[in-house]
Ligand binder design. Structure first.
Ligand SMILES: [Ca+2]
Ligand SMILES: [Ca+2]
Ligand SMILES: [Ca+2]
Length: 157
């Protein structure tokens, strides 16, 4: 994923890349450098971190928050088709059954549910991507199951 894009890698002389990125995003190179710790990848205004282990939705979210990020919020088709593995995303209807919200509190407007989803009622209150590489890939599932997750750190204002 994101293979056509420059990959952040702390062993690589990234200073010039960071400087360029800082100029286009308006984010200081110091903030950008903080993201350069492991497996963050840059795509279209955000950094993404994909976990190699599996946790519950809340534990996954906590991990993202600790990293100064949050679970991914999918704002565009471009972003959706890049999230093409089974992973928790920042979507839940825990607060009000049937009212799906992103982790930043914004309501779900454009959605990419798989056909028949969401179907879990009160048993399934967390969203994840489910089918590999299909545009409509979301499923609602119980929040206490364990999956990989994807964090997003927005850098473009
Ligand atoms: Ca996003
Ligand atoms: Ca639900
Ligand atoms: Ca479901």
């Amino acid at each position: 994923m994101f293979t056509a894009l420059p990959k952040l890698n702390c062993d690589f002389p990234i200073a010039s890349f960071m400087k360029r990125l800082s100029m286009t995003t308006g984010v200081s190179t110091a903030s950008l450098a903080k993201s350069c710790q492991g497996e963050w990848e840059y795509f279209n205004g955000s950094f993404y971190y994909i976990s190699s282990i599996e946790k519950t939705w809340q534990e996954s979210r906590d991990d993202c928050l600790q990293k100064g990020a949050d679970l991914v919020i999918i704002n565009s088709k471009e972003e959706q088709v890049h999230v093409c593995k089974i992973m928790w995303i920042g979507l839940t209807d825990s607060e009000t059954e049937g009212t799906w919200k992103w982790v930043d509190g914004t309501p779900l407007t454009k959605s990419y549910w798989d056909s028949e989803e969401p179907n879990g009622g009160e048993r399934e209150n967390c969203g994840h991507t489910y089918l590999y590489n299909l545009e409509n890939s979301w499923n609602d599932t119980p929040c206490d199951l364990s999956y990989s997750w994807i964090c997003e750190m927005k850098v473009r204002p």
